[in-house]
Design a protein around this ligand. Sequence first.
Ligand SMILES: Cc1cc2nc3c(=O)[nH]c(=O)nc-3n(C[C@H](O)[C@H](O)[C@H](O)COP(=O)(O)OP(=O)(O)OC[C@H]3O[C@@H](n4cnc5c(N)ncnc54)[C@H](O)[C@@H]3O)c2cc1C
Length: 420
Amino acid sequence: MKEILIVGGGAAGYFAAIAAATAFQEAGREARITILEGSSSPLGKVKISGGGRCNVTHDCPDASDLVAFYPRGEKELLGPFYHFGAMDTVAWFEAEGVALKTEADGRMFPVTDSSQTIIDALISAADRLGIRQLMNQRVGSIEALPLTSENAASSWCVSTAGHERFEGDAVIVCSGSSPHIWRSLTALGLDIVPAVPSLFAFDTRDTRLRDLAGVSVQNAHVQIESADKRSGIEANGPLLVTHRGVSGPAILRLSAWGAKELAGCQYQFGLRINWLGQCSTPEAIDQINLARPALAKKKIIGNNPFSLPSRLFASLAEHAGVAPDQRWADLGREEAKRLADMLTNSLLKINGKSTNKDEFVTAGGVARSEVDFRSFAARRFPGLYLAGEVIDIDALTGGFNFQAAWTGGYLAGRGLAASL
Ligand SMILES: Cc1cc2nc3c(=O)[nH]c(=O)nc-3n(C[C@H](O)[C@H](O)[C@H](O)COP(=O)(O)OP(=O)(O)OC[C@H]3O[C@@H](n4cnc5c(N)ncnc54)[C@H](O)[C@@H]3O)c2cc1C
């Protein structure tokens, strides 16, 4: 009987164990599959994910569209998504009795709006397949056992903090962003890309945003600027002013695409914001000139011709030099230019980052060059597989991070069963 060890009982670990057990069962072969989970209960991140609702995946059937949401892993995940993509995830959960629904922005959740539904489905599938699920088994080291005359095939030994030893024909490492396991894999000889956070909000003390927490703009254009140069890292979308700075989908996108660069400058950089989205400064001047005759006798502050929240418009206008009582008729050409520039081209000094409580992930981990993405096997270590956040793969918010865990777990479990 084959012995399979899974390090970590999270999304990738459960999916890997279930895929491996299913593959062995379909082939009429016996295997003992053991999940070693360090904490006292499994699937802890699934539980808190999506604000307790678990954003399981994204309504994105096409693999080539799906990969565009992965700042790290875009190229490598194309093949895997053809084999197990978002619609396969939907079908898998439906077969387990979990119906998913799609929200207007494409995010998919269980119809129950409860992450417990996803946890229950994974645990009941694992129970049904006879998978051993051992809690409080914090893995300390993962070692390849030397090949001997009796032991001609590769085999692995996993030791826990409680000094228990587990031996297996193969091991799938699904420990998420655990620094301890990355150190253990480094000791084995794997190349590990240093970990940095992704999906975070930006902090700023910019006075233009003072007292505006809660104000949001539907479609802003944002761009990172470092050392006074505009970077290629830009995004469009909703932006939210917070107590500490700015957040919202557009900012989270920048934090993901710029995760490594922003860590490199210790989160001190410039953020260029066009509050009017794609509207250029000359177009904003035109809009001001068009609106001016009808608004001539009205005060500028309080009579906002743009689709911007009035409190934000008032603050930006004030910082562009508009006086509190100034009327539209009295706005000079230069003043109109200054106002248009403020609306389309504000530069904010960012001086730190804040956790996005809804979802955050780690960029970094096992270098993608170490992994054969057909089966998520470690290229240089027969019998070792990796899936989920332990690899240097991460995505934008929206269900994409779990999708990478489901896909990696599925292909690792299947690939391993086929190879033994
Ligand atoms: C607050 C929050 C909300 C999120 N919401 C979403 C969402 O709605 N949709 C989405 O797509 N993504 C979401 N994510 C990201 C998503 O949770 C991760 O991408 C996903 O959990 C990665 O799965 P994984 O199995 O690789 O790692 P994990 O889920 O982190 O699982 C790893 C497991 O390994 C265990 N482990 C670690 N070290 C050891 C050890 N030494 N020995 C034994 N076990 C160990 C851990 O205890 C854990 O159970 C969210 C993240 C956070 C933090």
